[in-house]
Structure formats: C-alpha cells, structure tokens
Write a protein that binds this ligand. Structure first.
Ligand code: 8DG
Ligand code: MN
Ligand code: MN
Length: 371
C-alpha cells in the first residue's frame, strides 16, 4: 500500500477513542510482535505488562505511515524506552529474539492451542498443561478430564470454527437470522455488530444485536429465535444466558465484566448454497456445510445504543473508551449505560453519536475503531 511519511508533530492520543484506526495496518510486523509479547504476559498473569504492550500495539496500528526508524516512535504515547529498543531490533533484524523464543516455547504453544478451543479459558488450559497434557489427543485420552458441553462442541467443530468466517458467510447468516427474527416479531430489529461492522473482511465469529420495540419482550424474542433455528435443524450448539440486568445499577468499573443482557453463544450450520461465492472450507473437505460461531445479544431498545457501542469493539477501543470516560470525564460507561459522577445522573442516548457527544469526543465511525 501507498505509505505516507510521518507528519512531524501530529499529536497521537494515548486513548484509542481519540484515534482513527482502519483495518489497514502499516506496521503489521511490529504489532504482531507486540501482540505475541502481550499474550505471553497474559499467560503469565502479568496484567500490567500485557496491557502496556496491547496499548502500544494499538498506537502503532493507528499510524497512517510505516515506522522505518525507532526514532520515529520516540514521541508516540504508550511506547517507552524498552519498546523503542524492541522496534529498533525488529527494524534492524526483521525479528525480535525474545518473540522468537516465546513462539518456540512449549508452554506458550500449548496454552495458545488449548485456549483456541471454544469453551477453554486460560485457567483450564493451565490446569491441563500442569497435568502434563500437550496436545488435543492428550486431553481426549485423559480419563480424569470431564469436558463441559461447550468444550465438547469446541473440540467437535474445531476444524470449522477455527477457520475464519468471510464477509459473504456473515451476510448469509444475517439473512438466516433476519428471517427467524421476522417470523417471530414483525417489528423486530437485527443489527450486525462486532468485527464485521468495523469493516473487517474476516472474523472468528459473527455478532448480532436483536431487539424489539415491545418493552420487556427482548428476552422472549431471543429464546424464540433459538427455537426457530433448532426447528430448522441448524442449531449445533447453544449456550443461552438469561438477562440479569438491573436498571438501577451503576456502570461497572471493570471493563472485562460482561454485560447482563440476555445473550447466547451459538454454533450454527451454514450451507454452501446460502453463501454467495461458497463456503470457506479446508482443502479436500467435500461437505456442503460448515459450522460457524454466532453471538446474539438482546438489550431493551432504550439501551440499544450502549450495546451497539459496546459490542462493535475493538476490545482495545472499548477499554480506552471506558478509561477515557473514567479518567478524563469522571463518567462510568459500560454496555448498559453512561453515568456522570459529577452530576450524579445517568445520561440517556438513542445513538452512538449521543454517547460520543456526552463524552465530549469526536465521533469515530465503526470502521475507524479497529484499534
Ligand atoms: P472477531 O470476532 O472478528 O475476532 O473480532 P470481534 O468481533 O471484534 O471480537 P468478538 O470477540 O466477537 O467481540 C466483539 C465485541 O463484543 C467486543 O468488543 C467485546 C464485546 N462483548 C461484550 N460482551 C461480550 C460477551 O459477553 N462475550 C463476548 N464474546 N464478547 C462480548 O461487550
Ligand atoms: Mn466477533
Ligand atoms: Mn463475538
């Protein structure tokens, strides 16, 4: 791609919500390396370091130019001296010694493999590693391991769901779910969110918000959609989580706290004839269907804007929105609401633009949130 030279002193914000980050990354070699280090810190429960490297990678992703010398990162936020040295090493040798060491590390490789299974988190992966298990067959052959339903489906459909989902497949799933929504609620509303709303060509799943103008009917809508998909014979797995939403609660302080709206994590069967240009499948796979991960969340309509903003991501963009709200505005933001601690009141919003305006932020389009 065409690469412009660095504008000498254009201030880059330390907050992703004050940067415009498209899917075009001019510094992929660097950000890939930073993300390996971040993940390794995560595997070693060094959260501060993990976050620091994720933030630095995100700053590099936002640049409209390619870093060609480590001096160019000197004035960027979130990149300290060690990171500058790391950039220098990668620019000079094409790779980092430390990153290469991590990538060939047995523990890193094993945890990476185990956590890539749907339903297997870091805690479980570590437990298996400590027991001496290293491969999927090791796990399968271990009699003392009891896989839960989600993990069983994760292993069963591993080949399919570890394969990326294309935009054409996401659109086809949108049609299928849209049909289900309207068979149940003629005025139901389906909205694509997650990575595909940010303009990504590929994703690891497809995320949707479903809601209805009928107050209090959102949860029923979701359970009926699930029934409909099951009846069609395309529901391969469903983990439904009912709403635990409390209107009076203040927004959560912790980002990673998940939202309380009714939602479900699904695996659906997608057929070849439904997808323009066909399915993404492995070489030599002759089936005319594949399994795909789909997330549905169902907020009440008056919380739709918060949910849309929260589920569009990226995760780093969300983290920084919340951090910005808290530290720069004394406000608490999450997927349900925005609370102004100074005024001691909730701020309502009917669109994402309203929320950016409440926060005193310039509006950032979804495709500029790939932080
Ligand atoms: P990808 O699927 O293409 O890999 O990227 P993505 O679409 O950005 O990631 P995602 O894992 O599907 O998450 C999309 C957004 O959803 C992300 O900003 C975090 C948000 N999210 C919540 N609550 C929950 C939840 O309970 N589970 C999951 N998986 N994501 C959630 O706000
Ligand atoms: Mn997604
Ligand atoms: Mn998702």
């Amino acid at each position: 791609p065409e690469v412009s030279t660095p504008p000498s002193v254009v201030a880059v914000s330390q907050y992703a919500c004050q940067r415009r980050t498209t899917t075009e990354n001019h510094n992929k070699t660097l950000t890939d390396a930073f993300e390996v280090l971040a993940e390794n810190y995560e595997f070693n429960e060094m959260e501060g370091q993990c976050l620091a490297f994720r933030r630095a990678a995100s700053v590099l992703k936002s640049l409209s130019w390619q870093v060609r010398s480590s001096h160019q990162v000197h004035d960027l936020p979130c990149l300290g001296e060690t990171m500058e040295e790391l950039v220098e090493e990668i620019l000079q040798y094409g790779r980092s010694f430390e990153v290469a060491k991590i990538l060939s590390d047995e523990r890193f490789q094993t945890l990476k493999g185990f956590t890539s299974v749907f339903g297997v988190g870091l805690k479980t992966a570590e437990k298996w590693y400590r027991r001496g298990l290293r491969t999927f067959p090791d796990v399968m052959a271990e009699p003392s391991i009891r896989l839960n339903r989600m993990q069983q489906s994760g292993f069963l459909h591993y080949g399919d769901i570890s394969r990326h989902v294309s935009k054409a497949e996401a659109l086809a799933l949108g049609n299928i779910i849209d049909e289900a929504v309207h068979a149940i609620a003629p005025n139901g509303i389906l909205t694509l969110t997650g990575g595909f709303r940010r303009g990504k060509e590929f994703g690891h799943d497809v995320d949707f918000i479903v809601t209805t103008p009928e107050r209090g009917q959102e949860e029923g809508l979701l359970t009926n959609i699930i029934k409909h998909l099951k009846h069609q014979g395309i529901l391969l797995f469903c983990d439904f989580q009912p709403s635990s939403f409390d209107l009076s609660k203040l927004p959560s302080h912790r980002f990673e706290a998940m939202d309380h709206f009714a939602k479900c994590f699904l695996i659906l069967k997608l057929e070849g004839h439904q997808v323009e240009g066909g399915l993404c499948r492995a070489e030599g796979d002759s089936r005319d269907w594949r399994a795909v991960r789909v997330d549905l969340v169902s907020p009440p309509l008056d919380r739709f804007a918060f949910t849309l903003l929260g589920w569009t991501g990226s995760r780093q963009f969300e983290r920084d929105l919340r951090r910005f709200a808290r530290l720069e505005r004394r406000m608490l933001l999450d997927n349900h609401a925005l609370f102004d601690k100074t005024k001691n009141e909730f701020l309502a919003a009917t669109s994402e633009k309203d929320i950016f305006a409440h926060l005193g932020l310039e509006y950032i389009e979804p495709w500029q949130r790939n932080a």
